[in-house]
Design a protein around this ligand. Structure first.
Ligand SMILES: Nc1ncnc2c1ncn2[C@@H]1O[C@H](COP(=O)(O)OP(=O)(O)OP(=O)(O)O)[C@@H](O)[C@H]1O
Ligand SMILES: O=P(O)(O)OC[C@H]1O[C@](O)(CO)[C@@H](O)[C@@H]1O
Ligand SMILES: [Mg+2]
Length: 332
């Protein structure tokens, strides 16, 4: 059911995934390939993000190549963090590779680093790029959610539910560290969804003494176990460091630390991530054909919105203060 007319002169596009993988990236690539095919485009996949772009590692992607991948975590295109793309020479080699394949539009699926690279690249070379926010960190302005965030939070909550069982059985205090680089979105949502006693995130202005007060309050009302969620990018250090310092101030509980780590990056994407990825992949291609460039396709209040890369990466996205306050109140 291919469409007869093209809206723009773009004929050959390439899609890649970059930075940390995120559940739902496959669904986004599928949407890009199929929307491209519907619009009579030649679609290529670039392997290993910017690294593969520099190495000219492109493969033609047809409709059938993206079947049966919707439900799979990771990214079948593979991904990478590329030092070479940070250099002008690396980017020139990448551009030459794209020219060799006559690529006239790019879809970049990744996080803030990927879009920083895309912004620099599009300032240096005349190639339209539309971004799709794919990162578990949820740290981009211009989309209420990024692809992978919901799955990561669900994974973290499932882990905390299990930790609760053993914490309860042994009357222990657990510090559970979740990912999020410099951002507390995963931690805050995990804390709310798992009913944790407290959460330590970079965006919250709280001291270790405040945390100890919360724990003491719990102990006074005969709370025999407790779980505290810690964002990895915390200014007090990770969960191990916080556990050590808290123990020195208040040693009522036998204390343990769990770092969930890369478990949060894998697994089958949730329904929310699959639908989000499909919508954003589809909209990115339509946007590119309608002349969008240097922008990220996002979902804002359930509507598709295009935000310039510069804004998407530089507007300091923080969890809502109301949500932080609510998490505290509900944990009393
Ligand atoms: N200033 C920059 N100039 C050129 N390229 C950049 C720049 N910053 C980042 N990149 C490229 O983008 C890649 C991906 O960035 P990064 O590793 O920060 O992941 P991300 O896209 O933010 O995803 P995530 O946070 O989910 O891991 C980098 O490895 C690098 O190749
Ligand atoms: O997998 P790597 O390269 O160790 O990166 C870990 C980082 O990637 C993320 O999972 C996604 O950006 C961060 O939350 C985390 O800090
Ligand atoms: Mg990032």
């Amino acid at each position: 059911m291919a469409k007869d007319t093209k809206k723009k002169e773009i004929k050959r596009i390439a899609v890649f995934t970059s930075g940390g993988d995120a559940p739902g990236m496959n669904a986004a690539v599928r949407a890009v390939v199929r929307t491209g095919a519907y619009n009579n485009l030649h679609v290529f996949g670039i392997k290993r993000g910017y690294e593969g772009m520099i190495d000219c590692d492109l493969v033609r992607l047809e409709v059938g190549d993206v079947g049966n991948i919707m439900h799979r975590g990771g990214t079948f295109l593979k991904t990478a963090r590329s030092q070479r793309f940070m250099t002008p020479e690396g980017r020139r080699t990448a551009y030459e590779a794209l020219k060799a394949y006559d690529i006239d539009g790019l879809i970049a699926i990744g996080g803030n680093g990927t879009f920083t690279g895309a912004m620099v690249f599009s300032q240096e070379y005349d190639i339209p790029i539309v971004g799709v926010p794919g990162t578990i960190d949820n740290d981009l302005y211009g989309s209420d959610f990024t692809i992978g965030f919901d799955t990561a939070v669900n994974t973290a909550i499932e882990a905390v539910d299990k930790i609760r069982d053993t914490a309860d059985s042994h009357n222990r205090l657990f510090f559970v560290e979740v990912m999020g680089r410099n951002s507390g979105f995963i931690a805050l949502n995990t804390a709310i969804g798992s009913g944790a006693a407290s959460v330590m995130i970079p965006e919250k202005d709280a001291t270790l003494e405040d945390l100890v007060d919360v724990l003491k309050m719990g102990a006074r009302r005969k709370k025999l176990f407790s779980v505290v969620i810690v964002a990895e990018g915390n200014h007090f250090g990770g969960a191990s460091e916080i556990a050590k310092q808290v123990k020195e101030l208040f040693d009522f509980y036998d204390t343990k630390v769990t770092i969930i780590g890369h478990l949060q990056r894998g697994g089958s994407p949730t329904a929310l991530d699959r639908v989000l990825a499909s919508r954003l992949g589809f909209s990115a291609v339509e946007g590119l054909l309608e002349g969008q460039a240097g922008v990220m396709a996002g979902l804002v209040n359930s509507k598709i919105k295009f935000t310039p890369f510069e804004e998407a990466i530089s507007k300091n996205r923080k969890p809502d203060n109301q949500l932080i306050r609510m998490a505290e109140i509900l944990a009393i």
